[in-house]
Design a binder for this molecule. Sequence first.
Ligand SMILES: Cc1cc2nc3c(=O)[nH]c(=O)nc-3n(C[C@H](O)[C@H](O)[C@H](O)COP(=O)(O)OP(=O)(O)OC[C@H]3O[C@@H](n4cnc5c(N)ncnc54)[C@H](O)[C@@H]3O)c2cc1C
Length: 395
Amino acid sequence: MTSSPDISDFRASTRAWLEAHCPADMRKPMEREEDSVWAGRNAKLSTAQKQWLDAMASRGWTVPTWPTEYGGGGLSHADAKVLAQEMAALGCRPPLLSFGIWMLGPALLKFGTEAQKLEHLPKITRGEIRWCQGYSEPNAGSDLASLASRAEDRGDHFIVNGQKIWTSFGDKADWIFCLVRTDTAKKHTGISFVLFDMATPGVSTKPIQLISGKSPFCETFFDNVRVEKSNLVGSLNAGWEVAKYLLTHEREMIGAMGEGALPQSLQQIAIAAVGLDGHGRLADLQLRAQIAEFDMDEAAFHATLARFGELAKARKAHPAMSSMLKYYGAELNKRRWELIMSAAGSDALEWESDRSNYGGLARTWLRTKGNSIEGGTSEVQLNVIAKRILELPGA
Ligand SMILES: Cc1cc2nc3c(=O)[nH]c(=O)nc-3n(C[C@H](O)[C@H](O)[C@H](O)COP(=O)(O)OP(=O)(O)OC[C@H]3O[C@@H](n4cnc5c(N)ncnc54)[C@H](O)[C@@H]3O)c2cc1C
């Protein structure tokens, strides 16, 4: 396939810029948790991480397709794809991981006021503010609209009381996007979407430990938290629309989570563990067949992602397609890690030594179990697909 002269010029200048500005340390595969840059007010970044983040942010390339007035790069989807390809070719790490980029930003672009966009989006693109998501509550997960955290109207502000749960990085985030009940007489139409600083008096968090031994999320408590009305996104009691739109972006993000996340391919891990036979094929016949089947399913998933990308660009994607991507991507990633664990053998279960990078493989494998729960469980995605895409009759 040939590229237009404009695209070829853009590719050449992008490559030259990346070569000049991406520090050598930021071109190595990410192996440890500290290699991920989530930034924010309290982050401690290495010199190379900071340099790379600042360089990319100065061009708006932490979020290449957002408008330049909000700190984005203003790139077309075609140019953004070229940038991603050139970054991949040089092995550049993502400069910034962010719920602000993947979730809140798209929702603000659609539902935010101009003042909210100008206030929050540039800080997201520069990694100045790290966001967390306050959706789930102890009695509102799959049935999210049952949420009970209450925001009382006090004229120019709300007073928020209640509890959230499973707030990923709640203890590390600077601000929260949060669903609160503003009308107790209605269910879906009594919910509002608000933003507030996690340092506001009355906000507290308590980490929850997981089977992986880590505590990536928290219980989050609100005790008479003052939230200015200027931080209401969308209209009062219309937060469910904002919440659903944000979820479509979250689901796409989770669906694509497994892609490119491995420092080594599944095949490389398997070859290192079981070796090759006399014909240069993986020595374990059963594992070979399982990996071949996985590769075919993954290729089909990539084709589906590409098709979705094209449909989304043409604004023809069914809104519930994100549930398909989330469902399949999450299940595929769990399969990928089951295969990695069986390929790598009992060594991969090692948990605490330097040699295993403190159980890097085992802990990631356990973390993938959450993929089919976070952002809405696989069962819930199947319900959405049945109802909205297949239009099957309800029970
Ligand atoms: C890794 C991870 C990160 C997360 N991060 C966040 C976060 O940052 N912020 C946040 O707000 N939340 C977060 N969550 C919470 C997540 O959104 C909820 O766990 C999820 O929505 C499910 O809710 P629940 O845990 O209450 O399970 P429940 O809703 O109680 O579901 C229990 C089981 O019942 C099934 N079920 C429920 N209803 C139906 C139905 N109608 N039909 C068929 N089956 C059904 C479910 O599929 C599930 O198997 C995170 C979760 C995980 C695992």
